[in-house]
Design a protein around this ligand. Structure first.
Ligand SMILES: Cc1cc2nc3c(=O)[nH]c(=O)nc-3n(C[C@H](O)[C@H](O)[C@H](O)COP(=O)(O)O)c2cc1C
Length: 391
């Protein structure tokens, strides 16, 4: 039986599956349920010093479904961070650590861009005994209007300053949660790590508009006839999250991306932060989804919308799927394959060179190789597209 346990910054998790900050970690009651079901750790819903300014609306979710099966594969939310009083949260953290001393509890915090505010929230929260802090620099809606959340995460200079303030007073590991709503996710991540963060979590939700209701001509989710762009999560975001985790993994641990291949197993590009940790998030619903994030460098894999869709029992599916993947490849421990696939990302020019080296002629209509642009035909466009697809 493969060993699913992982250790990050001295914290031992019985498995790499972590509840991501959001509704599944929104009070002591649901966090206890996650621990009872066997999740490796929980990141609580994001807290701030003055929750009286956090006012949520209802409805606040809208979903994208597949035609016939009605399966939900995209999820928009316009939810803010926690509207619960910080004092109640501090009681919750203390009670949870008393009841589950061996389980890993991570608080997620967010504040305005003031040194005293960040110092105060860090000190009050870490005094409860939580094991680590996740800094939410990534909430894409509502809070950026107050220069919080992704407004900070999109600006490496501000991020660096804030992470430095947090580091000044923090005794526990800290990881910075990245917004995907940037062009190069490595830039803010690099700034956070240089400023003293121990790890990076990615991704938060992607800014989106779920749709326009064609009866009312108003956007969804509609609140009194109006809406706002929200954050996109669930299955549909997984390839984007995987790309960003690959980019972060390459930057932090090394890999092939952007470089010619040297030799199998030999990273073409050295990592800049080999001792930092990476916490992948985005559309995970199965053990094989998680395995792909670990192969691109993740130490842990967080799940939010998957739990909202399937409940806390999803942990069983995740553990079984990851164990089966590991058994198939003979991996005894998660660290044996973490980051393995980073070496296989390279440049497009390198792909052309490798195929040419194998004698493959490009710009042909050969079904076994590639189709040149001049051979596409109106009547065969679906068949030709199909032929160029890998799965
Ligand atoms: C309804 C909802 C509320 C969320 N609230 C928070 C939050 O308070 N803090 C935070 O860092 N991320 C929050 N997130 C983002 C998730 O933690 C996660 O980064 C994102 O949803 C992608 O993962 P998923 O596809 O597994 O949901 C929220 C997501 C959803 C769907």
């Amino acid at each position: 039986m493969p060993d699913l346990s992982v250790t990050v910054h001295g914290l031992r998790l019985s498995n790499p599956f972590v509840i991501a900050s959001g509704p599944p970690g929104t009070n002591a009651n649901v966090i206890a349920r996650a621990f009872d079901e066997g999740w490796g750790a929980v990141v609580a819903k994001t807290v701030c010093l003055d929750a009286s300014r956090i006012v949520n609306v209802a409805p606040r979710y809208a979903r994208l479904r597949a035609g016939a099966s009605r399966e939900i594969y995209g999820w928009e939310n316009i939810e803010l961070i926690s509207d619960r009083d910080l004092g109640d949260w501090l009681d919750d953290f203390r009670r949870l650590k008393d009841r589950y001393p061996d389980r890993v509890l991570i608080a997620s915090i967010m504040e305005e861009c003031r040194r005293d505010a960040w110092h105060e929230i860090v000190e009050r929260v870490q005094d409860t005994g939580v094991d680590a802090l996740e800094l939410n620099f990534s909430c894409p809606h509502g809070l950026p209007e107050r220069r919080m959340g992704s407004a900070m995460g999109q600006d490496p200079a501000i991020l660096s300053e804030v992470c430095g303030w947090v580091r000044e007073v923090t005794r526990v590991p800290i990881w910075a949660k990245m917004t995907p709503n940037v062009t190069h996710v490595e830039e803010p991540a690099r700034a956070a790590l240089h400023a003293g963060c121990d790890g990076i979590s990615a991704i938060n939700t992607i800014l989106c508009v779920m749709g326009i209701n064609l009866d009312t001509l108003r956007p969804e989710p509609t609140v009194e006839g109006y809406s706002v762009a929200g954050g996109y999560s669930s299955k549909a975001v997984r390839p984007i999250a995987l790309r960003m985790v690959m980019e972060l993994g390459t930057m932090m641990f090394g890999g092939g991306n952007g470089q010619p291949i040297l030799a199998p197993g030999q990273p073409a590009r050295p990592g800049e932060f080999p001792h930092a940790t990476l916490h992948a998030i985005g559309g995970v619903e199965s053990g094989t989804d998680a395995a792909q994030f670990i192969l691109t460098g993740a130490h842990t894999v967080q799940v939010c919308t998957g739990v909202m869709k399937f409940g806390y029992g999803l942990i069983e599916t995740l553990r079984e799927g990851l164990s089966a993947f590991m058994a198939r490849h003979g991996f005894q421990a998660v660290d044996e394959f973490r980051g393995h696939s980073l070496q296989y990302f390279t440049t497009h020019a390198e792909l052309v060179r490798l195929q040419t080296e194998r004698g493959i002629t490009h710009r042909t209509d050969d079904a076994n190789t590639a189709s040149g642009d001049s051979v596409w035909e109106g009547d065969r466009v679906t068949e030709q597209s199909e032929r160029l697809a890998r799965n």
